[in-house]
Design a protein around this ligand. Structure first.
Ligand SMILES: [Zn+2]
Length: 262
């Protein structure tokens, strides 16, 4: 699942490729926008907010924001005109064409077009964005501590507390902080330090094509998806368990020695 740093990189790619360009063709392959045509409009910017992408488009009939979200399998790819797409055509949800680029959003979890002045509806619920220009550590801590009994692993993934962390960074942050993911937020020994580490981890990875939390590009992760393999610090087999509310369970990974349950 793409995390905040991947979405940030995607926003930069779209911004570089499309901003200031006239759309020569658009194709929205979702039922609610099937008849929408924005050709003749100009793309002004693409920004990320947490894991959401906002592409701003100025048309003759007003200013729009195309709101997209990668969810589990989504990706935006930019091709040259006529170039073969890197994912199957039937997965395309949005196609934005300019004179020299074709941006294709594949398997997007959200595709909606909002009048610009309603852009806030798409992202207003988000907590402070770890990679955003308005990052606010105190506000993120305040929001996390609103529910002190909640397991830290779950709270870190809640985008209304702070935005940008998915299942991978959650697991890696709990490990590097020596905290079992089931620990109540209010009992995490140094929550400020954990949140600072979160920002640092995303900042370090936002320019990288391949993510690493260990600093090593071959052994890239401490515990994420390493169940039953030896902990890189102590050798104890890494544990995995499904946690979270029914229907939205996620695999939680931890080292029982480095991250003892409290
Ligand atoms: Zn360990």
């Amino acid at each position: 699942m793409p995390e905040g740093d991947t979405v940030h990189r995607t926003a930069r790619l779209l911004d570089r490729s499309l901003s200031g360009r006239l759309l020569t063709g658009t194709d929205f392959r979702v039922p609610q926008l099937a008849t929408t045509d924005l050709s003749g409009s100009t793309v002004t910017a693409t920004v990320s907010r947490g894991k959401h992408l906002l592409t701003r488009i100025d048309g003759t009939d007003g200013s729009w924001t195309l709101h997209t979200h990668l969810k589990m399998e989504g990706a935006w790819r930019v091709h040259a005109p006529g170039e073969r797409w890197r994912r199957p055509t039937h997965q395309a949800r949005v196609v934005l064409e300019t004179a020299d680029k074709v941006a294709v959003g594949f398997s997007l979890g959200i595709v909606e077009l909002l009048p610009r002045d309603r852009e806030g509806e798409a992202v207003g619920h988000l907590g402070p964005d770890l990679l955003g220009p308005d990052w606010d550590e105190d506000e993120a801590l305040r929001r996390l501590l609103e529910h002190p009994d909640r397991p830290i692993g779950e709270a870190l993934r809640d985008q209304t507390r702070l935005a940008g962390i998915g299942n991978m960074y959650q697991a890696e942050l709990c490990f590097t902080s020596g905290v079992h993911p089931g620990t109540p937020v209010g009992e995490v020994p140094d929550l400020t330090r954990l949140v600072r580490r979160a920002k640092q981890m995303l900042e370090l990875n936002k320019e990288r094509a391949v993510q690493s939390t260990t600093g090593d590009l071959r052994e890239r992760m401490w515990v994420y998806r390493r169940d039953n393999r030896p902990c890189r610090r102590c050798g104890t087999p890494v544990q995995v368990q499904m946690v979270g509310p029914a229907g939205r369970e996620r695999a939680s990974y931890w080292c029982p020695s480095c991250q003892p349950a409290r």
